[in-house]
Design a protein around this ligand. Structure first.
Ligand code: G4P
Length: 529
């Protein structure tokens, strides 16, 4: 029987990531969240965009030049009775397959929406990824200090476009210059907004009850009446919060506020820490593993190269699924069948890399990797389990890679295959020629690969455009039909880094036509490792 302290440690953990479109406010909200978590003294230190004030981690040269983070950092901090792990999801030019895979390593997500813009493209894509595990979603409608769209309309858009029910937990009073605060539906109180307090935790002024005349005084009679009218409408037309539906990923609690003004972020954090699930069980090829199992287990969802350029180490990010990590413990590296002793795993406390003495299910630890760890690898304390659900995602961008020195073809292929095993990029070799096609989800992956090929494999490579627009892994139960498909579609077939057959389509139209023409063949958007 697991002891109570051990179970308490696990049950207080909340591991989540932020999904949003670039510029919706992810970085700003991360700062405020860390401020509440007491991990930052003052907001404004996570990312020194446009200034020399970089975050505290070691940066790759490229990161410095571009002022963006290639690193998916993990930030751990206490909030209320919870211990929160926030996994950063690269979002701008550094958007990559890692962003998608990070979403397979969390138990819930915070969706940040710019309330002036509504549902945007990247959010749509990321929501699709969260559907793979029906991850519970908490929503924050941001930038209420600006003129936003009609909140009802934005909720409606979320419901229809993202196919998730909305349950407003707070409701805004005015917006832009007239933004007065929010009414917290569950607490039956109005929290008043003061501008210019974004860098600190605000002293809050609260008015209890909706019919309280104090409310009229505080926000003005017109806005108070508008709030009462809107609420009547909203409560009639929208959904009530339902924990079960939330945990199934079917309903999202919605909070309003301004990350920049540091207003409403605490309401969201209160909701998230109260409702979001503790570390969830994960499926292996043979059985589901519960977080409360005493034996350690975990899977690798991301490999980060060159976090410290001086040591050129690679760190494998491992999500602990069950049990507990202690320094010096022995783990079974299941794929290669070896027992390894881990004495120097790292944790990520608000950007600092610290030595982890111990870590529990739900936490992320970083393992130093000298080339033996791949994306999707399972580590256990004993049993030879293999976690599933850490897939490759079909790339969306493609380029042909070519050598400046043609004699290095072998090194190039070796480098590309290794980098694809690390999840840095995907590589495809067409059946009909000797091209090497590199596929990525985010454009920065291409630069990372060329710079790593040069520094780690001494290969000078460059890219050329190629007419591939999308890729799908293929399979088919009917051998005869499969052979026919392979024969007829040979020009569009390729092998990926793991020798899996892939259809590389010159256009979406071509892909759709081919899928119609060969209904027996399955076209997969993800592939398990
Ligand atoms: P991202 O990580 O999702 O890309 O968004 P980020 O937080 O960097 O925010 C994008 C821009 O939106 C930033 O302005 C930021 O200050 C602003 N912003 C974020 N939250 C709010 C909010 O609640 N209200 C208002 N009015 N603005 C907000 P920027 O000018 O692009 O960058 P910066 O120079 O201010 O850092």
């Amino acid at each position: 029987m697991a002891n109570q302290d051990f179970l308490n440690e696990i049950n207080k953990r909340r591991t989540f990531a932020i999904i949003s479109h670039p510029d919706a406010g992810k970085t700003t909200i991360t700062e405020k969240v860390l401020l509440f978590g007491k991990a930052l003294q003052r907001a404004g230190t996570v990312k020194g965009r446009g200034s020399n004030q970089h975050a505290k981690s070691d940066w790759m040269e490229m990161e410095k030049e571009r002022g963006i983070s290639v690193t998916t950092s993990v930030m751990q901090f206490p909030y209320n009775d919870a211990l929160v792990n926030l996994l950063d999801t690269p979002g701008h030019e550094d958007f990559s397959e890692d962003t998608y895979r990070t979403l397979t390593a969390v138990d819930s997500c915070l969706m940040v929406i710019d309330a002036a813009k509504g549902v945007e493209d990247r959010t749509r894509k990321l929501m699709e990824v969260t559907r793979l595990r029906d991850t519970p979603i908490v929503t924050f409608m941001n930038k209420l200090d600006r003129d936003i769209r009609d909140p009802m309309e934005v909720l409606d858009e979320v419901e229809t476009e993202l196919k998730i029910m909305c349950a407003p937990v707070s409701w805004p009073i005015g917006c832009g210059k007239e933004f007065k605060g929010v009414y917290h539906i569950h607490r039956d109180e109005t929290i008043l907004y003061q501008s210019g307090q974004g860098h600190t935790i605000q002293e809050v002024r609260i008015v209890k009850g909706l019919d309280n005349p104090e409310l009229d005084k505080a926000v003005g009679e017109d806005l108070a009446q508008q709030l009462r009218d809107e609420l009547e409408l909203v409560l009639g037309a929208s959904h009530e919060f339902d924990l079960e539906l939330f945990l199934q990923g079917k309903l999202t609690p919605v909070f309003f506020g301004t990350a920049l003004g540091n207003f409403g972020v605490d309401h969201m954090l209160d909701g998230l820490t109260e409702w979001a699930p503790a570390p969830q069980p994960r499926q292996t090829e043979t059985r589901a593993v519960e977080a409360s199992e005493e034996k350690f287990s975990g899977f690798v969802f991301k490999i980060q190269a060159n976090m410290d350029p001086k040591h050129r180490d690679r760190v494998a990010f491992l999500r602990i699924v069950s049990g507990k990590y202690t320094q010096g413990m022995k783990m079974n590296h299941v794929r290669i069948g070896k027992t390894v002793s881990i004495s120097d795993a790292v944790t990520f406390m608000a950007g600092d890399r610290e030595r982890a003495e111990e870590a529990f299910a739900g936490d992320i630890i970083g393992l130093h990797n000298h080339g033996t760890i791949q994306i999707g690898d399972t580590f256990t304390q004993g049993d030879a389990l293999k976690f599933t659900g850490i897939p490759n995602f079909a790339p969306e961008l493609f380029r042909r890679i070519r050598l400046r020195d043609p004699l290095k073809q072998k090194q190039l292929l070796k480098g590309l295959v290794q980098l694809s095993e690390e999840g840095a990029v995907q590589v495809f070799r067409p059946l009909i020629n000797n091209d090497l096609i590199v596929g990525a989800v985010g454009v920065l992956q291409f630069d990372v690969v060329v710079s790593r090929l040069k520094s780690e494999y001494n290969v000078d490579a460059l890219y050329e455009p190629v007419t591939v627009q999308t890729a799908r892994w293929v399979s088919c139960k009917d051998t005869k039909k499969y052979e026919e498909f392979k024969r007829k579609c040979e020009v569009n077939l390729a092998l990926d880094g793991g020798d899996n057959l892939t259809y590389i389509a010159p256009s979406r139209v071509n892909l759709n036509l081919t899928m119609e023409r060969y209904p027996e063949v399955s076209f997969h958007q993800t592939r398990e490792h």
